[in-house]
Ligand binder design. Structure first.
Ligand code: SF4
Length: 296
């Protein structure tokens, strides 16, 4: 199998077959992201994808889920995505669904009919880093879209019956806007009705523009306690049927993972009890900052 540079997948895709169809990220400019800084974006040659599907059919003949990597494989033209799906289903008949990372702008570049065709071809639970429902936070993160555009594109996925997961970065608006950010994010997610919500804290990775902004005093990082406070407020605001709440990434101070609405009160209890035991002043800052209480 071909995997060039760093390859990432969501934690809940741990058992999926990873098929590389692009390298890097077509945007590669989010303020907080260090994932693909050293990997120039390119599309995998078709012959490489064909070879990898043949190898996967030999090694993993009972694969049920394929996750296309890397950073935003949904940026590929619809014809290419449909061709890849056809090759996968032909070589791996047990595959039930195909996922990938997708940017809001990737969805916007496809017509309604194209989205419906992709859903028909097995694309499901694509993973979208929406991150925030506040425009100034999205601008600060350099995400390249507004909250209204995110809402519009997620609604188009629902209309096309193409299920999706969303990432929300809690505490991204800073310590003075916890309630505002949580409420805005909950409202967007309630409207979007994803299959899964992946909540994680904003942390400052070395070498990112966010680190520079932190150095310059243009960004104030939340403490772990404030992060958990925002996660609680966000969860309190969620009103969803049959949606997985995934807050069990290694970066989540208090692991909390369950199904909404069934587990909502149990998750809130875990987070509230965890908050009571969370070192209130600790932050995720990189040690080069000399931050007292740093986790790294
Ligand atoms: S779109 Fe995703 S992978 Fe690309 S730079 Fe932004 S956060 Fe990183």
């Amino acid at each position: 199998m071909h995997y060039d540079g760093m390859t990432f997948r969501p934690p809940y895709e741990a058992y999926s077959l990873l098929l590389q169809v692009t390298r890097g990220c077509s945007h590669n400019a989010c303020t907080f992201c260090s994932m693909y800084r050293d990997v120039p974006f390119s599309v995998s040659p078709l012959e490489e994808i064909v070879d990898d599907i043949a190898e996967a059919a030999y090694r993993y003949p009972r694969a049920r889920r394929v996750f296309l990597v890397n950073g935003d494989a949904f940026c590929l033209p619809t014809d290419a995505l449909l061709n890849i799906a056809e090759m996968i289903h032909e070589a791996l008949p047990t595959v039930e669904s195909i996922g990938c990372y997708a940017r809001i702008t990737n969805i916007a570049s496809k017509t309604d009919n194209e989205l419906a065709a992709l859903a028909q071809a097995g694309y499901a639970d694509i993973n979208i880093g929406v991150e925030s429902a506040l425009d100034d936070v999205l601008t600060f993160m350099n995400k390249g879209y507004t909250a209204a555009e995110a809402r519009e594109q997620l609604a188009r996925l629902n209309a096309a019956s193409l299920p999706f997961n969303v990432n929300i970065i809690n505490a991204a608006a800073g310590p003075n806007r916890i309630a505002e950010h949580a409420a805005a994010n909950a409202a967007l997610v309630n409207e979007a009705k994803p299959t899964l919500i992946f909540v994680s804290p904003l942390h400052v990775d070395p070498g990112t523009p966010l680190e520079t902004l932190l150095d310059q005093g243009a960004f104030e990082e939340c403490t772990l306690g404030q992060y958990v406070e925002e996660e609680i407020a966000f969860l309190e605001g969620l009103e969803l049927d049959e949606c997985v709440f995934f807050g069990a990434h290694v970066s989540n101070p208090i692991p909390a993972n369950g199904l909404l609405p069934r587990d909502k009160e149990a998750l809130l209890t875990i987070l509230r009890e965890g908050l009571a035991n969370t070192p209130q002043e600790m932050r995720y800052s990189h040690p080069s900052k000399g931050a007292e209480g740093s986790l790294r």
